[in-house]
Design a protein around this ligand. Structure first.
Ligand code: COI
Length: 365
């Protein structure tokens, strides 16, 4: 971080605690996804050309003006990361530094001033420790952490905001998809695209999600879970799923679309690539067309398909449909390689597998 970059304000976090916890209202064994929010949240404001010191305050609604610039023009970025509690009650975050780095990368693309990584990390540690009772212990469940930064000027001109707010909320969650680890069904939707080269498909900004709602609704009306996005230029090459990156196991090689600007450079994606290489698999980040996948299916080379993401973890894909052609994989269970990855990654996250890459980050001092 350059000396002209953001200051580290982590030394001085103001904390106001709730008078009464809401934790009794929540079933931590069955939390669903993203519906319950822990007692506290962190708030950081950017004014006078710098990020001010972090505050941790009771989770509460906040007021804003109808003229809030980011509501109108979407100058907003976010992240999704997770904390886990192991059987000894120790709290671990998974690769928070990489998430913070990606948050700052997203901010740069949206002209949002970066926050010093240490400020976010120390604020996260403090917030999670305060709400540690909210972290589920049941295997498969975790505390989802959602930092969000938005321009907070009240102004209708199109320009970067002069003031910003960063909030960090946390939510006890289970698996992202409603059917848990049951394989998801994907369909292409060639009337629409998600992202083009030079756009912002590699940035965690709400617009990337908003524009997928209508195309996703179309495929969901036909019984699919998500859209399998194809490239913007030729509608030929596979990109990602919007809620996760995608991998194809073709015999002994694992192929995934390259993170060259149109897909989100997933942190779980990176974990998958490193583990698969370590296990002797040939991992290739390259363009893969939907036709190649169809041919590999026909020849028997396509053994498994799965998605990866913070929320999705490792999600098996049971079917892909493209222009009336259906590729059916196991509809009920994850394939052996997909299951091995799920077990290894969650094993590292919950602290019962060796952390060979330093992905675990202890929240306690
Ligand atoms: C995540 O995986 O953390 C995301 O932000 C994706 C979102 C669909 C929940």
């Amino acid at each position: 971080m350059s000396t002209t970059g953001p200051q580290d304000n982590s030394f001085d976090v103001y904390v106001e605690r709730v008078k009464e916890s809401r934790i009794g209202d929540v079933d931590l064994d069955n939390p669903g996804f993203g519906t319950n929010f822990s007692d506290h949240m962190a708030v950081l404001n950017y004014s006078d050309g710098q990020w001010q010191k972090p505050n941790i305050v009771p989770f509460a609604e906040f007021k804003c003006s109808p003229s809030l610039i980011s509501l109108h023009y979407g100058q907003t970025v976010f992240e999704g990361m997770k904390a886990f509690k192991n059987s000894r009650g120790e709290v671990i975050m998974f690769r928070p530094r990489e998430h913070i780095e990606r948050l700052n990368r997203s901010s740069r693309r949206l002209c949002i001033p970066e926050i010093h990584p240490e400020t976010i990390l120390q604020t996260l540690k403090k917030l999670i420790r305060i709400d540690r009772e909210w972290i589920p212990v049941k295997r498969g469940n975790s505390l989802y952490i959602r930092p969000l930064i938005f321009g907070s000027d009240n102004f209708l001109g199109v320009r970067p905001s002069h003031t910003y707010t960063c909030i960090i909320i946390t939510s006890p969650v289970g698996l992202y998809y409603k059917n848990g680890l049951k394989p998801v069904r994907l369909a292409t939707n060639c009337h629409y695209i998600r992202a083009a080269m030079g756009g912002a498909g590699d940035v965690k900004t709400p617009a990337n999600y908003g524009v997928t709602l209508y195309p996703a609704r179309e495929v969901q009306e036909n019984g699919f879970d998500q859209v399998l996005w194809l490239d913007a230029k030729e509608q030929k090459y596979i990109e990602e799923v919007g809620t996760m990156n995608i991998f194809f196991k073709l015999k002994d090689s694992l192929v995934t679309p390259p993170a060259m600007g149109t897909i989100l450079p997933g942190i779980t994606r990176d974990s998958v690539i490193r583990l698969a290489k370590e296990w002797g698999m040939t991992v290739i980040e390259r363009s893969i067309s939907i036709d190649e996948v169809i041919h590999a299916y026909a020849s028997g080379d396509l053994e498994e398909v799965f998605g990866s993401g913070t929320a999705a973890v490792i999600s098996p894909v049971g079917e892909i449909v493209h222009e009336g052609r259906s590729l059916k994989m196991d509809a009920e269970n994850a394939g052996p390689f997909t299951q091995r990855l799920y077990d290894e990654i969650t094993g590292i996250q919950y602290g019962d597998r060796e952390d060979r890459y330093g992905w675990r980050f202890a929240v306690d001092p």
